[in-house]
Design a protein around this ligand. Structure first.
Ligand code: RNT
Ligand code: ZN
Length: 431
C-alpha cells in the first residue's frame, strides 16, 4: 500500500511551513486565497487527440500531431465530458474549459463550419453551468478539405479565405453566447496553420491577406463582457518549416496596432511551444504587456520539434508564473493549457499538467517578492542569488498538500489511484 499522510500530518506540516514562510514575510493563507481564485482553462482536445466529433475518421491536419495509442480515448461528447469531470475532480479549484469548433454537437447532421450556431454547443453550456466552468473557444482552421492546401485565412484563393473568415465570425458569435450564458467572458482564440514547407519567394502577400482576413473577422463589435478575441502565433509546424504567415512579429504588430488605434483590443496568445527552442515566453510578458491590454497563454512544453508535450514543473513553467505574479499581471493574463499526448492515460495528462501549472503558480505566490526586489534595486546580486536558491528548498509541498486537502481533492499522488480505477471501469471498456 502506498504511504498517504493523515489529515493531521498534513495540517501539522502546513503549520510548520506557514511559520517558515512567515519568517520571510510571506503569508501562506493569502497565497492560497489568491490561488483559489485563478482559473486555468483546460483544453478539451487532450481527451481525444484533437479528433472532435465532426468526422472522427479525419486525419489531424494543420501540422500538428498527436502520437500514441493509449486505450480509452473519448469517442463522443458524453465520454469527453465524463473524462473532463474526472479530471476536474482531481484538480484543486474551479477551472475553465477550452473548446474547439469541431466539438460541436449537431445531432448527426452535417453542419459546415461556416454555419455553426450557438445551439450546437448548448449541451456544453448546460454541462459547464453545472460544474461552474467558464468556456473559452477556438475556430478549427485545420483537419478540413479547405485547409488541405496548407492555407486558410492567408490563402491566395478568395473563396477559401471567405470560408474561414465566415467560420471565425461564427465562432466569435458562439463565444459571445458562451460568455453571456455563463456570465464570464469567453476568450475566442484564432490559430491558423498557414505556411510553406519550403522557402517562399513572397513572404509579404500571405501576411497582407491574413491582416485583411482578421480585419473582416473582427469588424463586428462584440461586448467584451461576453467575448474577447485572441490571436496565436507560431514559428513553424510540420510541413510549414520554412514559413508561417502568422508569426510572432505579425500578431504582436497586429495586436499593438489594434490597441493603439482605439479599436477594441485583441489579446495576444503566446504558446510556450511556438518559439525557437531556447526562446522563452516568460521573458516576453513584461514587454508585451506594456503595449497590449491582455494576453492569453497556451502553457505547453516544447520538446525538439514537438510543441505540445504535457506540462511538467520545469524552470520555464516556474518563470512564466513568476513573471505573471511578480508583474502584477494576474488580471491581464488568461491561463490556458495546450498539449496532447496519446501515449499515456489522457485524464492523467490533464491532471498532471494542470496540477503542475497550479503548483508553479503557488510557488510564485509564495515568493517574498518585495525582499527580492529590494535586493535587486540595491544592487545586492549576491543576496538575490542566495535568496532565490534558498526559496527552492522551502516547504512548498506542505502548503500544496494542505491546499489539496482543503479543496477536497486527493493529496499527493493519491490522484493516480482514482485514475487507475477510472481506467479499469470506464476507459478500458471503450473500443
Ligand atoms: C497549434 C496551436 C493550437 C492548437 C490547438 C488545437 O500549434 O498551438 O493552439 O494546439 O488549437
Ligand atoms: Zn496553442
Amino acid at each position: 500500500m502506498r504511504y498517504q499522510p493523515t489529515d493531521n500530518q498534513i495540517r501539522e506540516a502546513y503549520h510548520l511551513a506557514r511559520e517558515r514562510y512567515a519568517q520571510l514575510g510571506v503569508d501562506t493563507g493569502q497565497a492560497l486565497e489568491t490561488l483559489s481564485g485563478i482559473p486555468i482553462s483546460l483544453h478539451c482536445w487532450q481527451g481525444d487527440d484533437v479528433a472532435g466529433f465532426e468526422n472522427p475518421e479525419a486525419e489531424l491536419g494543420g501540422g500538428i500531431a498527436a502520437t500514441g495509442n493509449h486505450p480509452g480515448k473519448a469517442r463522443n461528447a458524453e465520454e469527453l465530458r465524463r473524462d473532463l469531470d474526472k479530471a476536474y475532480s482531481l484538480i484543486p479549484g474551479t477551472h475553465r474549459l477550452n473548446l474547439h469548433a469541431i466539438y460541436a454537437e449537431t445531432g448527426g447532421k452535417r453542419v459546415e463550419r461556416d454555419e455553426l450556431q450557438p445551439e450546437h454547443f448548448a449541451n456544453w453550456v448546460e454541462w459547464a453551468r453545472q460544474g461552474g466552468h467558464g468556456i473559452d473557444f477556438n475556430p478549427t482552421c485545420f483537419s478540413h478539405p479547405l485547409a488541405e492546401s496548407g492555407f486558410t485565412l492567408a490563402s491566395y484563393d478568395a473563396g477559401v479565405r471567405q470560408f474561414w473568415i465566415d467560420h471565425c465570425i461564427a465562432c466569435r458569435r458562439i463565444g459571445q453566447y458562451f460568455g453571456r450564458e455563463l456570465g464570464t467572458p469567453c476568450v475566442t482564440n484564432i490559430w491558423i496553420p498557414d505556411g510553406f514547407k519550403d522557402t517562399p519567394v513572397d513572404r509579404k502577400t500571405p501576411r497582407l491577406l491574413l491582416k485583411e482576413s482578421l480585419d473582416a473577422i473582427l469588424a463586428e463589435p462584440i461586448d467584451p463582457r461576453h467575448n474577447l478575441d485572441a490571436v496565436e502565433s507560431k514559428l513553424f509546424g510540420l510541413a510549414s518549416e520554412s514559413y508561417v504567415a502568422g508569426s510572432h512579429e505579425f500578431y504582436l504588430g497586429y495586436t499593438v496596432a489594434r490597441s493603439a488605434s482605439g479599436q477594441p483590443p485583441v489579446l495576444l496568445c503566446l504558446d510556450s511551444g511556438h518559439f525557437h527552442p531556447t526562446e522563452v515566453i516568460s521573458d516576453k510578458l513584461s514587454s508585451v504587456l506594456l503595449y497590449v491590454d491582455e494576453v492569453l497563454l497556451h502553457v505547453s512544453r516544447g520538446v525538439r520539434w514537438d510543441s505540445d508535450h504535457v506540462v511538467t514543473l520545469t524552470d520555464e513553467l516556474q518563470a512564466i508564473m513568476q513573471e505573471t505574479v511578480r508583474g502584477g499581471f494576474l488580471g491581464r493574463v488568461h491561463l490556458g493549457l495546450d498539449f496532447f499526448d496519446a501515449s499515456i492515460n489522457r485524464v492523467a495528462a490533464w491532471v498532471v499538467g494542470t496540477r503542475n501549472a497550479l503548483r508553479a503558480l503557488l510557488m510564485a505566490l509564495l515568493e517574498p517578492a518585495e525582499q527580492l526586489r529590494e535586493l535587486e534595486v540595491e544592487g545586492d546580486f549576491t543576496g538575490r542569488l542566495a535568496l532565490l536558491e534558498e526559496l527552492k528548498g522551502l516547504p512548498f509541498g506542505a502548503v500544496w498538500d494542505y491546499y489539496c486537502m482543503r479543496q477536497g481533492v486527493p493529496v499527493g499522488i493519491a490522484y493516480l489511484d482514482e485514475i487507475r480505477a477510472y481506467e479499469a471501469q470506464e476507459l478500458a471498456v471503450r473500443g
